[in-house]
Ligand binder design. Structure first.
Ligand SMILES: NC(=O)c1ccc[n+]([C@@H]2O[C@H](COP(=O)([O-])OP(=O)(O)OC[C@H]3O[C@@H](n4cnc5c(N)ncnc54)[C@H](O)[C@@H]3O)[C@@H](O)[C@H]2O)c1
Length: 479
């Protein structure tokens, strides 16, 4: 699989050329050579326990999930914040004051590279990176080189080369590098995980996931600096979608299926094929909505968008399973991550939640019964979801995307405080995120199959299955 990587290093222009087209520049030179092979696996790495976890949050849009939730997680606090926007810094400070949290150090007022000072800050143990996509990799690398653990929003990287560099830096520095894939903590997703690991669906053969979310207005919207809501900062997402096809946001649908299938823990991705539909939704909206003479209007209505309305990719794993992943942010459709997992004896499918399990071998499961689904949902609730009422009682809040955001932060804080390996590691990040480049390359070449690198370098063969567990709040914050 090393060959794979070298091929991509040779095609360094892929990212660079595309990015230049709309002045979108990546944090480091595309194709820049990575460090030599890692200094030891991070597969089950655990650091010393942090009695009190000090968190530095960069990017205070989505980063507010970190700021807000760490005030509820005992034994951790936000020691630093960074955003180039004063209103967003102010709003986070006001929130922390309201929660009677310690005053954080504030960065972002000096330069767009002020995040470096946050990474260097000795009072930060964990960098929580929720910036626009082009900053994900540079901040993660810099944080690890400064000796900090780092968690990054989705997708945490976009090219095979970037994924290798994160893997190798994490191994060399012995710092965690985790992707903040909150959907892995969703209630239905963890129910599916439980059903799979209890064997109730039989042998798992196929999964389907997606990010289907109509983001047309948001992508073209003008950013409202006080509280967001109007669009993305500097149209960062539109600029990326304008120059990239394939699936540039694969992990919400894919991550939970990887947990169900124990990807990198007994199985791994082998290859992917991918096809884009034509582009219609974004350009139509821009043509119809932005008819004025302002520079913004002219830019938006004349922008050519490479992203198709629908990307469909199929991954095959070494053990012969298939995963279908879709990306569609440009058409009028209800939100869905599909969340389908199928085994020889049954299936769980979301949006809405449906479950069917056959009652005896070969007797089939020909219909869905909502009463049965509800019984299964209650009976096999994942322990972390079963404890939500207790968490609410103890901490006062479980919120964000139905609760999964809080549970992700709580579990992250718990693992670091207890000195446990994290739920997801840098190999998961790399295998999931390299699909941004590989799906685009496949879609650009009539669906040609693309090999997916083994970022674990063979360790997947002997790793134990995923081990998502509950959180013991009574043990947290006992400095
Ligand atoms: N997991 C999820 O459910 C989820 C949901 C929303 C967004 N996200 C991810 O979160 C990330 C951010 O998205 P968002 O919706 O908050 O975008 P946003 O545009 O609303 O916010 C980005 C923030 O980054 C700040 N910023 C820009 N350049 C900076 C710099 N150099 N230094 C410091 N701050 C800088 C901006 O001022 C802005 O406040 C993206 O990666 C996105 O994919 C994930």
């Amino acid at each position: 699989m090393e060959t794979n990587r070298r091929e991509f290093l040779k095609s360094a222009l892929w990212m660079g050329a595309a990015a230049t087209a709309v002045g979108h520049s990546y944090g480091r030179a595309a194709g820049q050579a990575c460090a030599s092979a890692g200094a030891g696996s991070m597969m089950t790495y655990a650091d010393k326990p942090f009695k009190m976890l000090r968190v530095g949050v960069v990017g205070l849009g989505r980063g507010r999930v970190g700021v807000n939730n760490f005030t509820f997680a005992p034994g951790s606090y936000v020691s630093a914040i960074c955003d180039i926007n004063a209103a967003r810094r102010g709003s986070a400070l006001k929130f922390l004051k309201g929660r009677k949290a310690p005053d954080p150090k504030v960065y972002g007022d000096k330069s767009p590279e002020d995040w470096k000072r946050l990474c260097e800050d000795p009072e930060v143990d964990l960098v929580y990176n929720a910036t626009p996509w082009e900053l994900h990799v540079p901040i993660a690398l810099y944080a690890m080189k400064c000796g900090k653990h780092v968690v990054t929003e989705v997708p945490s990287a976009f090219t095979v080369d970037e994924c290798w560099e994160l893997v190798e830096t994490s191994e060399k520095t012995k710092r965690h590098c985790m992707q903040l894939e909150n959907c892995c903590y969703g209630e239905s997703e963890l129910l599916a995980y439980n059903l799979c690991h209890l064997g109730l669906l039989g042998e798992i053969t196929h999964g389907e996931g997606a990010y289907i979310h109509d983001l047309r207005s948001y992508n073209y919207g003008k950013w409202n600096d006080a509280n967001g809501g109007g669009g993305y900062w500097n149209y960062w997402r539109l600029r990326h979608n304008a120059v990239h096809g394939g699936n540039q946001y694969p992990t919400h649908g894919l991550g939970p299926i990887c947990m169900d299938m124990d990807i990198n823990r007994g199985d791994r991705f082998d290859f992917v094929v991918s096809v884009d539909s034509k582009q219609a939704g974004f350009e139509e909206l821009a043509r119809e909505r932005f008819k004025g003479d302002s520079a913004d209007d002219k830019w938006r209505r004349s922008l050519k968008v490479k992203m198709g309305d629908m990307n469909t990719s199929i991954i095959r794993t070494m053990n012969g399973r298939t995963i279908m992943v879709q990306h569609n942010v440009g058409t009028a459709r209800p939100y869905s991550r599909i969340n389908l997992i199928q085994g020889t004896h049954g299936v769980l499918q979301d949006y809405p939640l449906r479950i069917a399990i056959e009652k005896g071998l070969g007797r089939g499961a020909h219909g869905y019964d909502s009463k049965f689904a509800e019984e299964i949902r209650q009976k096999y609730k994942h322990p972390i979801w079963a404890q939500v009422p207790d968490v609410k009682k103890a901490l006062g809040a479980v919120g964000g995307h139905g609760g999964m955001d809080t549970l992700m932060v709580l579990r992250l804080s718990y693992c670091l405080q207890m000195g446990l390996p994290l739920d997801m590691n840098v190999y998961d990040l790399a295998s999931w995120c390299c699909l941004c480049e590989l799906t685009e390359k496949s879609a650009d070449s009539r669906g040609r199959s693309m090999d997916i690198p083994d970022f674990t370098r063979g360790a997947w063969k002997t790793q134990k299955p995923f081990g998502f567990e509950a959180v013991d709040i009574s043990k947290m914050g006992k400095a």
